[in-house]
Design a protein around this ligand. Structure first.
Ligand SMILES: NC(=O)c1ccc[n+]([C@@H]2O[C@H](COP(=O)([O-])OP(=O)(O)OC[C@H]3O[C@@H](n4cnc5c(N)ncnc54)[C@H](O)[C@@H]3O)[C@@H](O)[C@H]2O)c1
Length: 447
């Protein structure tokens, strides 16, 4: 039975994973290139924004991190690889960090007598695990995949902000296995860690690789469909995307999740997995037209919000626009591919002056939006001050405290674009100029 697990890569995914594994009684040894991260794990002080991680770390038993990668491998039976696989210009994923980690793990395997299982969690394209990682492990270790060590591709379908819950209560576990022995070993680990006895799909590695990017490509398609629906509802008298989505959501073939119709999808996974899906299709002489259309349509969603602002303000040059929320979704500090930041950047380029506020993502946004023309405020109310227009861009819970009076007294002109139908539509539209994405816009259509 597995007692000790090592994890290479202790970032947004790896750090919560080591905490979860250690909380279930495993001895866990983490390894990361970044000494600050190793310190954070050893001191049990999260250096990432993930709800519940600090609390979980208070309860975990045998968790440590080391700079000595060979020690980590030699003293464990299983190693997870959770290092970055950044997107490249053509949409593919770079495996350079995975290969570096695999080379290090192979050195450890070489020095070991016992069987070792390597689990690749990082997102890769179909063919990468067996085409690149397996030969590398065999070459450096001088051992054979199968008898000497096992290899699984087991990606996570986890969302930032709920990593711990998603890891402990997954809808499904996916294991691509080099052979039944490796898959069985990994299944056993998940069975002890997951709290909800999830279905475990064990398959050939290339199916698991395809399934991972397919899932996100499918979800982005669904989000995009919902966004188009919202656009349609804005054009029909009485149109209400909420009502239409509710109906669709009850159908068991569709389901309600990701069907809200709001802003473009963003974050570190959705856009790039969708693009990688389209890229991969081309490599096997196939066109993933739906994925390509989804990508284009997602771009359009950002452009359409900028157009809505322009429609109401006319020229945005010199106008002060308040942006509430910058992260790609609430409960994270990540702003990668965030619609809020993309829209803010476009408005800035057109000469608008911005005041922005986000409960967690301000510093990350500052690195992208810069200082020129942007005031970074420390509260929602400060953000509204003297603004000509406000965009509710990320539906953080704390914005629920805002009342029409805050917009009326704080802003130069109380005009609000609610991208998430977040506020009470009737209450707000009675008192101020309020537009919500997905509701009929009436005269506002004409601009
Ligand atoms: N973040 C998510 O929501 C999510 C969800 C599903 C899948 N993934 C995938 O998981 C992988 C990791 O994502 P992340 O968001 O945790 O990345 P991250 O950038 O937050 O963290 C990666 C960590 O790996 C470390 N690292 C780099 N090279 C290393 C090496 N050779 N050895 C040891 N450590 C190394 C980095 O220092 C960093 O701490 C990616 O492939 C990503 O696509 C992420």
């Amino acid at each position: 039975m597995t007692k000790t697990i090592s994890v290479f890569g202790l970032g947004k995914l790896g750090f919560p994973i080591v905490a979860c594994l250690a909380s279930k009684g495993y001895r866990v040894i983490g390894y990361d290139l970044n000494p600050a991260t190793i310190k954070a794990v050893n001191e049990r002080q999260p250096n990432i924004h993930e709800p519940g991680l600090a609390e979980l770390l208070e309860k975990v038993g045998d968790l440590s991190a080391t700079v000595d990668y060979r020690y980590a491998v030699e003293n464990s039976e299983v190693t997870f690889i959770v290092v970055p696989t950044p997107s490249q210009a053509d949409g593919s994923f770079s495996t350079k960090y995975v290969e570096a980690a695999a080379g290090q793990i192979a050195e450890g395997i070489k020095a070991k007598r016992a069987y070792h299982l390597v689990v690749l969690t990082s997102t890769v394209l179909p063919g990468a695990t067996e085409g690149r990682i397996k030969p590398l492990l065999e070459k450096v270790s001088g051992k054979k995949c199968g008898p000497d060590f096992g290899l699984c591709y087991s990606p996570e379908f986890i969302a930032l902000g709920t990593v711990i819950r998603d890891f402990l209560y997954p809808d499904v576990i996916l294991i691509g296995e080099s052979d039944p022995k490796s898959g069985k070993l990994l299944s056993g680990i998940y069975q002890t860690v997951c709290q909800n006895n999830p279905p475990i799909v064990r398959t050939a590695i290339q199916n698991a690789e395809l399934a991972k990017i397919s899932l996100n490509a499918y979800v982005t398609m669904k989000i995009t469909f919902a966004n188009t629906l919202a656009e349609l509802c804005e054009r029909i008298p009485g149109g209400d995307a909420e009502a239409v989505s509710r109906l669709l959501g009850f159908d068991s073939r569709i389901g309600r999740k990701y069907l809200s119709g709001a802003l473009a999808y963003g974050g570190p996974c959705f856009p790039r997995d969708n693009q990688a899906f389209a890229f991969f299709a081309k490599t096997v002489d196939c066109e993933a037209r739906l994925a390509e259309a989804t990508d284009r349509e997602n771009e359009h969603q950002n452009e359409r919000i900028v157009a809505l602002v322009r429609q109401r303000l006319g020229e945005v040059k010199g106008k002060r626009i308040a942006v509430l929320g910058l992260t790609y979704k609430p409960e994270t500090d990540v702003i990668e591919e965030s619609a809020a930041v993309r829209i803010s950047g476009a408005l800035l380029q057109q000469g608008a002056r911005l005041s922005v506020y986000d409960p967690a993502g301000l510093e990350n946004a500052r690195k992208v939006l810069g200082e020129k023309g942007v005031i970074y405020t420390t509260s929602a109310k400060a953000c509204l001050k003297d603004a000509d227009y406000c965009i509710l861009a990320t539906p953080w819970n704390e914005f629920k405290n805002l009342k029409p009076a805050d917009f009326i007294s704080g802003m130069k002109k109380p005009v609000l674009l609610d991208c998430w139908r977040f506020f009470d539509s009737d209450g707000f539209s009675e008192q101020m100029d309020y537009t919500a994405i997905g509701f009929y816009r009436g005269d506002k259509n004409e601009g």
